[in-house]
Design a protein around this ligand. Sequence first.
Ligand code: BV8
Length: 228
Amino acid sequence: MSNPKIVILTGAGISAESGVATFRDPDGVWAKFNLEDVATPQGFARDPAKVQDFYNMRRRQMGTVDPNAAHAALAALEQALPGKVLVVTQNIDDLHERAGSRNLIHMHGELARAICLGCSESSAWADDITVQSQCPACSAKGRLRPDVVWFGEIPYRMEEIGEALTGCDLFAAIGTSGSVYPAAGFVEEARAGGALTVELNLKCAGWASRFDEQIEGPATQVVPDFVE
Ligand code: BV8
């Protein structure tokens, strides 16, 4: 999509009220799992079954939750401004697309897809990944991993995201702690291109000073108001 005027970065906080755990809140994912063990290539090489279980559990949970009013508001914004809105999500759930967002980039990949270590093809994948799982593209068995960007791996569609950031008029970050790069650097890229930058978060802390404006509150309340 060429030069959207509004670029919206979302993080785990936008899915929190749908019942999906965030990562760094007190009861978050990284309080229960060691990031090095389950979200790095080294962890996968050490114990692939542990990593598959971690993502199988999250993929199963994805089928039990629904998009919330914040996801719906972003989809409505895109419909109201055709070709002008791009959502870049760090999340690997499918809640944005189920709410109707179409101009959407999953920069950290998707739980609903798997990559074959044999043929490198990415395929839609709804079930648990096990040693019996067969690649839909090449039929290799036991060679699938989640199509998710782990720490130390390169996020998807970075060039496209960079172009959108430098060309947009408004950059909004919703429900993200700004702890993970390169996503945490997007606000500077947007500002360098002259965009107005806004953070929407339950608690605007940590990186709030890097935004022109901060709006505090639960995403299901502040995002529909913001989109209005
Ligand atoms: C890269 C997918 C190079 C998996 C994720 C050493 C070696 C290699 C790299 C590095 C290194 N040191 C640092 C790095 C860079 C590293 C990094 O940033 N590390 C951090 C820990 C310092 N990054 C990488 O490795 C990246 N790759 O650098 O490659 C490169 C770079 C650029 C160009 C080319 C090459 C890859 C990072 C991707 C890792 N994968 N996810 C999975 O999901 O299992 S990251 C993980 O963190 C999730 O994607 C998550 O979305 C993301 C960010 O977290 P948040 O979404 O912000 O969630 P968090 O819990 O932190 O915050 C929630 C927020 O919501 C809070 O602010 C809270 O207040 C708010 N909230 C809560 N409830 C609500 C709410 N807001 C509103 N309403 C509510 N109701």
